[in-house]
Write a protein that binds this ligand. Structure first.
Ligand code: UD1
Length: 417
């Protein structure tokens, strides 16, 4: 087990370079098997979720070469075998192999995906989408067999604008006969990045980034080269950390419009913020106004930044509110923030934060990936030492977090116990 120790209350200055987006890469890697040729993906983050997906590729006998920040995937000799539960449960995004294998072989056998415990996380919309394309789904306990004689384009309306279902249906539909329309599609930048990748391979997808995506099926996908977009959630996390303890902290290699909702909130609160074309420069302000946020689908405030943002709200003057509308169990960080000295109460899906409160280091737990990011942010602003357990959750999604924070002046270490 790994633990992280943070000696808080140090000013952070210098530059943090943002890595490629986890939530795009975890879809791009399964998408790469749709061709029989080589796909080169660069700006790939070095995080354990990528290692887990490479484990699945290895099982499927896909040739994978990894170099610094890039991955070359060649599925020429791959075999479509059942993906064992020990692989699928390592991460949520293992479910993208369902769409990709169905799209390529018209058959996928795998188990219910894993991932952070932030809610029930059903996959009914993915499966309904596959069925609309002509597949049958058999489910025994946790095992899913999805197969089709032929996949045919269809009109699919998503009851919820689900990121996972939108991408998975795109993967299944890309080689289907005819045209598929996904209505009420999710609009997240990661979806656009995946559609661009598929189009680079010869797919015919239009409308990604809007609520209607049109996919005209093609027979063949070819080799390609692709770059992952910067991780807007990693960027947002470090920007929040900058607002807590930065002094001209530069968060570099970002696409600012991907985090508009965060940046406008920070401006409203009185943050010292400079927004460049591909960077943000941020310093801690003397005083922050309280504010309210409600998590929404893109371009609304991202649920994945709600937990670290709550830490900043503990330093605002007066009452702030956080309403979580996407996941029913995403407040597990709150009791740990209270143990550090925060004053937060939860009623239904809303947390009320009274501030400012002084935070003092203690032992806390990273209950999930972004709760872990919240603990890091809290540890950096707290007085004394904060010890975080279950650090594995954090390493699933933040590349070289210790190195990046150390390079700007943080006192942070990870050790194996
Ligand atoms: C993705 C992100 C995750 C982020 C979330 C919302 C990845 C790997 N993960 O997760 O970090 O928090 O988007 O921005 O990209 N739902 C259903 N049925 C379904 C699918 C979803 O009811 O079949 C519900 C979910 O329970 C949730 C909502 O729809 O309440 C949104 O989920 P979705 O957008 O699918 O999230 P993920 O793709 O799992």
């Amino acid at each position: 087990m790994k633990i992280m120790e943070i000696e808080g209350n140090h000013e952070l200055s210098g530059t943090i370079r943002i890595s490629g987006a986890k939530n795009a890469t975890v879809a791009l890697i399964p998408a790469a098997i749709l061709t029989d040729e080589e796909a080169t993906i660069c700006n790939v983050p070095e995080i354990t979720d990528i290692d887990a997906l490479c484990g699945i590729l290895d099982e499927l006998k896909v040739d994978v070469k990894r170099a610094s920040e890039s991955i070359i995937i060649n599925p020429k000799n791959m075999q479509n075998i059942e993906i064992a539960e020990k692989y699928s449960k390592k991460l949520r995004a293992s479910y993208y192999f369902m769409g990709a294998l169905l799209g390529k072989y018209k058959k996928a056998i795998m188990y219910f995906p894993g991932g952070c415990s932030i809610g029930a996380r059903p996959i009914d919309l993915h499966l309904k989408g596959f069925e609309a394309l002509g597949a049958t789904v058999t489910n025994e306990k946790n095992k899913y067999i999805v197969e089709a004689e032929e996949l045919k384009g269809a009109n699919i309306y998503l009851d919820i604008a689900s990121v996972g279902a939108t991408i998975n249906i795109m993967l299944a539909a890309v080689k289907a006969k005819g045209v598929t329309i996904i209505d009420n599609a999710a609009k997240e930048p990661e979806i656009v990045n995946v559609a661009t990748f598929l189009n680079n391979m010869g797919a015919k997808i239009t409308g990604a980034g809007t609520s209607t995506i049109r996919i005209e099926g093609v027979e063949h996908l070819h080799k390609c080269f692709h770059e992952v977009i910067p991780d807007r959630i990693e960027a947002g996390t470090y920007i929040i950390i900058g607002a807590l303890c930065g002094k001209n902290l530069k968060i570099d290699n970002i696409i600012p419009e991907h985090i508009d909702s965060l940046l406008s909130k920070l401006e409203e609160m009185g943050t010292d913020l400079q927004i460049g074309t591909d960077y943000v420069l941020i310093s801690k302000a003397n005083k922050y106004k309280s504010t309210n946020i409600k998590t929404l689908v893109y371009p609304g405030f991202p649920t994945d930044l709600q937990q670290p943002f709550t830490v900043l709200l503990t330093q605002c003057c007066g009452k702030s509110k956080v309403t979580e509308t996407i996941w029913e169990n995403r407040f597990m960080h709150i009791s740990y923030l209270n143990s550090l000295g925060a004053d937060i109460t939860i009623k239904n899906q809303t947390a009320t934060i009274m501030g400012p409160t002084k935070l003092t280091g203690t032992s806390v737990v990273a209950t999930d990936l972004r709760a872990g990011a919240a603990m890091v942010a809290a540890g950096l602003v707290a007085e004394g030492t904060t010890t975080i357990t279950n650090v594995e959750h954090i390493l699933r999604g933040y590349e070289q977090i210790v190195e990046k924070l150390t390079s700007v002046g943080a006192k942070i270490t990870i050790k194996e116990i």
